[in-house]
Each structure stands twice: as structure tokens, then as C-alpha cells.
Design a protein around this ligand. Structure first.
Ligand code: ADP
Length: 395
């Protein structure tokens, strides 16, 4: 069985805590990506599952066995790394079968496994090629086949596509998804690339500073990020953030206000909050009708435009909101907002525009702790209608 469980696992190196009290449950057959910035502890977490690193604290389970102190060979795992270490003097067949030959499997069994694995990674006709006669992508497939022949319960992959060029990387992503479907085996995959994590995994484990921030399906991490870190890390370009505070009228900041009844969102008046909105949830006022529940119009000036082909990124400079109830000094001004518009838009640089935000896509976070307070504020406003009416009729 390929479930993997980390129970209160930490790893300290002198005064560096690489992994900090990690609790992780990976289901049998799941494709999980460990994702986070460089140095956040992804590889160390993976190495503790693999048995290459022993935790300072906590326990590791694979299936129903505790494996915390077992060597890698006794864990039923197979690893694929970023640096593909193929034996240069061996052909593809010998590279794939090396581990099996070392373990004295009989020739027929080795042939059978190599044939199946090489078919899965589509290297069937290349078993006699030498590594230097192959492309980077083909060599990486040999490395994956070498892992497949071991029939592991769990595949561990640490940035296996990092050294490939962009096009091949995208192609290999699809191959890995196909491989996962075909093998129906647990895959734990380390990457710093959130796009890779979003496209391949059943669930993403987002890690920062050695701590698990959120583990959820990709779209849940995208639409309902648990905190500011996940909100900023998942999605490219990143979510816009504006610091402000909660008043009787909702969120106010130097540059953007969003009206709502704080009681309906469950946030108390006076709290410092950070509002988040993704670039695709900011609309030019002429497209306002595409938004079911827009905010009031916000004045801005277009700054730099970045045409991407399928969309244009527009950097906006915001005008100051005119309101009296904000304690100016308490809120840092952020007059930048990134908007994405369709490529057929006739937008130009240095123009005065008005934009609206989709209220259902407005996120609120506690500024101090970073914890998410609310994702979308439309439903709570609408829900307040009938509830209020009921309360009134009760009177
Ligand atoms: P990631 O894979 O997310 O880039 P790592 O797990 O490699 O991060 O590293 C997490 C932290 O632990 C980093 O600060 C790194 O410098 C530190 N670290 C990792 N391995 C060692 C080691 N063998 N000795 C000392 N520090 C280490």
C-alpha cells in the first residue's frame, strides 16, 4: 500500500530548522506535489520519506509500516532526481535493469519488467541506445523506467524536469500524468514551480519555512488560499494585495474601498486586514456587465502594458479613495494594481480608466497572522437580505 504519513516530523541542522513539525497524509495512489520557494524544506521532506535523511523528531509511515529509521532499500520507494545519473557506458536496457540485476532477479523477469517499463515511457525501440545518443527528455524517461521496474509502492520525484527546456517540460508533465494513471501508484513530486504543481497533482502541499501551509486540490489552493503566503505563491502573476482596515462600511484602504457589513463577513471593526484580488478579477468599467456583483468604480491610470498574446497585463496606478474614516497613518499606501484584460482590448498606456473588482473574488486576510478571513463577499451580503428580513418580521 502506498499511503505515506508524516507525524510531527522535524529536521534540524545545527541552528537551521529545515522541516518544522510537519504533519502530512498522502493517500494510496495519490499524485501529490510538495511546492514552495527554494530552501523551504521540500527536498528534506522528500528525503525523510525516502530514507536518505533521518528526522530529528517525529515518525514516517509508508503503508501500515513505520519506516522512520529504515534504509531506503527497505521502504518500497523508488526515486527520480533532477540530475539524471545514467551510467554512460551502459545502454538503455542495462541502465533500466541495473537495480534488478544487482538484486539477482532472473533474466526472464528482468526482460519482462524492462519491456513493460520501456513501453510505458515510450522507449520501446531504443533499448540498445547509449545515453549520449539520447535527448534530455529521453534520458529522463530512462531514469523513470529504471524506477518503474522496481514496482515501488511510492514514487518520489525531486524536480525531475528542472533541467529540461520549457517545451519538453510541458510535454513531460502530460507524460507523468499519463504514467500516474497507468501505474496507479502514489507519486510524491517536489517542485518550486507552482504551474507544474497546479497542472499535475491531485493535491498540492504548499510549504514555507519548513512548515506546511495548506494541502488541498490545486483549485482549492487557488480559490480559497488558507493564508497570504499561499495566496501569493499560487497563481502567476501573483494576487494583488492591499493593506487596509475594517470599518463599519467594510474594507477601507488608501486606494480601494470595498463596501460590506463586517458582521456578515465575521470580521470585527478596527481589524487590520489585507485585501487580495487576482489580476483576472479586476475589470475595466466597460466590461462591468461581465461581473455579477461588482464593487463601486475605482479610478486609476494605466501604466505599463505587457501583451502576453492570450491576455494583456495592465499595471494600474490607483487614485486615492476619498473617505474620512481611515486613520491615514495606520495603513501603508499601495497604489499599484495589476489587471489582466483580453488581447482585443483597445487599452493604451497613460490613460485614465475606471475599474471594478468582482466582489465574489475578493479575499480578506488578517494582516498580522496572514490567515484567510473570507473568500468572496457577495454571498454573505446576499445572505444577509433574507436573514435581516426574517429578523424584522420576527419583531
Ligand atoms: P528546498 O528543497 O525547498 O529547496 P531543502 O529541503 O533543500 O529546501 O532545504 C531546507 C533548508 O535546510 C535550507 O535552509 C537548507 O539550507 C537547509 N539544509 C538542507 N540540507 C542541509 C544539510 N545537509 N545541512 C545543513 N543545512 C541543510
Amino acid at each position: 500500500m502506498g499511503d505515506v504519513k508524516l507525524e510531527h516530523v522535524s529536521k534540524h541542522y545545527d541552528d537551521v530548522t529545515a522541516v518544522d513539525d510537519m504533519n502530512l497524509e498522502i493517500n494510496d495512489g495519490e499524485f501529490i506535489c510538495l511546492v514552495g520557494p527554494s530552501g523551504c524544506g521540500k527536498s528534506t521532506t522528500m528525503e525523510m520519506i525516502a530514507g536518505l535523511t533521518i528526522p530529528s523528531e517525529g515518525k514516517v509511515f509508508i503503508g501500515d509500516r513505520e519506516v522512520t529509521n529504515l534504509p531506503p532499500k527497505d521502504r518500497g520507494v523508488a526515486m527520480v532526481f533532477q540530475n539524471i545519473a545514467l551510467f554512460p557506458h551502459m545502454d538503455v536496457y542495462d541502465n533500466i535493469s541495473f537495480g534488478l540485476r544487482l538484486r539477482n532477479y532472473d533474466k526472464e523477469e528482468i526482460d519482462r519488467r524492462v519491456e513493460r517499463a520501456s513501453e510505458i515511457v515510450q522507449l520501446g525501440g531504443m533499448l540498445e541506445r547509449m545515453p549520449d545518443e539520447m535527448s534530455g527528455g529521453q534520458r529522463q524517461r530512462v531514469a523513470i523506467a529504471r524506477a518503474i521496474v522496481r514496482n515501488p509502492d511510492v514514487f518520489l520525484m525531486d524536480e525531475p524536469l528542472a533541467n529540461l527546456d520549457a517545451k519538453l517540460r510541458v510535454h513531460m508533465r502530460t507524460e507523468l500524468q499519463r504514467l500516474h494513471k497507468e501505474l496507479d501508484t502514489t507519486i510524491v513530486y517536489v517542485t518550486h514551480d507552482q504551474a507544474e504543481a497546479m497542472t499535475m497533482s491531485d493535491r498540492i502541499a504548499v510549504i514555507d519555512s519548513g512548515q506546511l501551509q495548506q494541502i488541498d486540490p490545486p483549485l482549492v489552493c487557488y480559490n480559497e488560499p488558507a493564508n497570504l503566503f499561499v495566496a501569493g505563491f499560487i497563481g502567476s502573476p501573483s494576487m494583488n494585495f492591499l493593506d487596509g482596515e475594517i470599518t463599519e462600511n467594510g474594507f477601507v484602504s488608501t486606494n480601494i474601498d470595498v463596501e460590506f457589513d463586517p458582521a456578515n463577513v465575521g470580521v470585527e471593526v478596527g481589524r487590520d486586514v489585507t485585501m487580495g484580488i487576482r489580476p483576472e478579477d479586476v475589470y475595466l468599467v466597460q466590461n462591468e456587465r461581465q461581473v455579477a456583483n461588482p464593487t463601486h468604480r475605482i479610478e486609476a491610470t494605466t501604466d505599463v502594458l505587457e501583451p502576453m498574446g492570450d491576455e494583456i497585463f495592465v499595471y494600474l496606478k490607483l487614485a486615492e479613495e476619498a473617505h474620512a474614516d481611515l486613520e491615514e497613518a495606520s495603513v501603508a499606501a499601495n497604489d499599484q494594481l495589476l489587471m489582466s484584460v483580453s488581447p482585443d482590448s483597445d487599452i493604451e498606456e497613460d490613460r485614465d480608466v475606471e475599474v471594478v473588482l468582482d466582489r465574489t473574488r475578493v479575499h480578506l486576510f488578517d494582516t498580522e497572522t496572514g490567515i484567510a478571513l473570507s473568500h468572496g463577499i457577495e454571498s454573505t451580503i446576499q445572505a444577509s437580505g433574507p436573514a435581516d428580513a426574517e429578523a424584522e418580521s420576527d419583531d
